[in-house]
Design a protein around this ligand. Structure first.
Ligand code: PLP
Length: 390
């Protein structure tokens, strides 16, 4: 093998996702783009708000706009804008030195995990979970330890408590959740905070919470609890990929609670890991988002799609709870083998992702970051696929 032994498995699992993507392209070539219903990718199609383009044009036309190196954690004025915004939202006394501007949420996860994890230590994550976590844990030489959630995908706190050991360094939480769309309740999170604190005392080692929140703003009439209130030893990270539809521009940040144990050391280390991999977050888009704190895409578009899709799939017989956030559905596969059912969907020109990859076998994931007509056009095929196995 010309590549590192440890990379073989990682490359195989990455090429599985690529195969799915290529399959979509192949099918669209045969049947026409309008006749293939692709729900496989969480790539926002809702346009960024007009003010994004205006801000970008103003920045480009302004000779004072910077395109050079900066402190590796990001422009001070941008970090201040982020800290000010978070303080207005959460009132936690964040200072710019506790913010690191990053290359999306993925960059933030890479930075913080490489800063916190010793080789072989555990990152606990409830299932189902975002597939990228496998890769970020791998790069941090850490062990991703999964804990099954309840059938409604809320946290099984007893199971989490049992899974914590002296080897646990991080609890990784993602709400609103990819792939389930679940938004965890304040009560379950507060209990989780207490469990983490008690376990940290018991093992004489601080366990940190990492809250991965790229979908925070995409919630439908429910409150997404502030994770800084849940547990002070928390690092919140997010991006503008989904809330401003800027996924390709690779811009996000991480923010460390000022009361987190050793907050300043962690911020310093995350700044260094940032430098080791990407040097700094993209300069132009730091300046764009710095000026647009609190701006989001029209969330009503996603809500409308969720409602149409849920109604159509429920009518066809699929079982799932209506999710409260993000832009994914995670229905139960009508047969136990989710890979096989995804193949059956494909025969009906529908692209979905098997739940097994997310640690949720017996389910499949659908992204409704697609035009309304893709949802409407797919419903017959979903019904046919369901009826064919019943
Ligand atoms: N975390 C979750 C839960 C995601 O769904 C994604 C992307 O889909 C990421 C992190 C990575 O986000 P970004 O594109 O901002 O790096």
């Amino acid at each position: 093998m010309p590549i590192a032994d440890k990379m073989v498995k990682m490359v195989e699992s990455a090429s599985m996702i690529r195969k799915m993507f290529e399959e979509g392209i192949r099918m669209k070539g045969i049947y026409g783009a309008d006749n293939v219903f692709d729900f496989s990718l969480g790539n926002p199609d809702v346009p960024p708000p007009a003010v994004v383009k205006e801000t970008l044009i103003n920045l480009i036309n302004n000779p004072a706009t910077s395109h050079g190196y900066m402190p590796n954690t990001g422009y001070p004025h941008v970090r201040k804008a982020v800290a000010d915004y978070l303080n207005k939202e959460y009132n936690v006394g964040l200072t710019p030195d506790l913010i690191v501007m990053t290359v999306g949420a993925a960059g933030a996860l890479n930075d913080i995990l490489r800063a916190l994890m010793n080789p072989g230590e555990d990152i606990l994550v409830p299932t189902p979970f975002f597939v990228g976590y496998n890769q970020y844990a791998f790069i941090a030489s850490a062990n991703l330890k999964t804990v099954a959630s309840f059938p409604d995908f809320h946290l099984d706190l007893t199971a989490i408590e049992k899974a914590i050991t002296a080897n646990t360094r991080v609890m990784l939480i993602n709400s609103p959740n990819n792939p389930t769309g679940v938004v965890y309740h304040k009560e379950e999170l507060m209990k989780l905070g207490k469990i983490l604190d008690a376990a940290s005392q018991k093992f004489g080692k601080r366990i940190y919470m990492i809250s991965d929140e790229p979908y925070r703003k995409i919630a439908y009439g429910v409150d997404v609890p502030c994770m800084f209130d849940v547990y002070p030893h928390t690092i919140v990270l997010t991006s503008y990929s989904k809330e401003l539809s800027l996924a390709g521009e690779r811009i996000g940040y991480l923010a460390i609670h000022p009361k987190a144990e050793d907050a300043a050391i962690i911020a310093g280390a995350a700044g260094v890991t940032n430098t080791m991999m990407y040097v700094n977050a993209p300069a132009l888009f730091q300046q764009v988002v710095g000026a647009l704190q609190g701006v989001t895409v029209d969330i009503g578009i996603y809500k409308r799609r969720r409602d149409i899709f849920c109604e159509g799939l429920h009518a066809a017989g699929y079982e799932f709870d209506v999710p409260e956030g993000a832009f994914y559905l995670f229905p139960k596969s009508p047969i136990a083998d989710d890979f096989k059912f995804v193949k059956i969907l494909q025969e009906n020109k529908i692209l979905a992702v098997p739940g097994t990859g997310f640690g949720g076998p017996g389910h499949f994931r659908l992204s409704y970051a697609v035009p309304d007509k893709t949802i409407a056009g797919s419903l017959d095929g979903f019904k046919k696929a369901f009826d064919s196995v019943k």
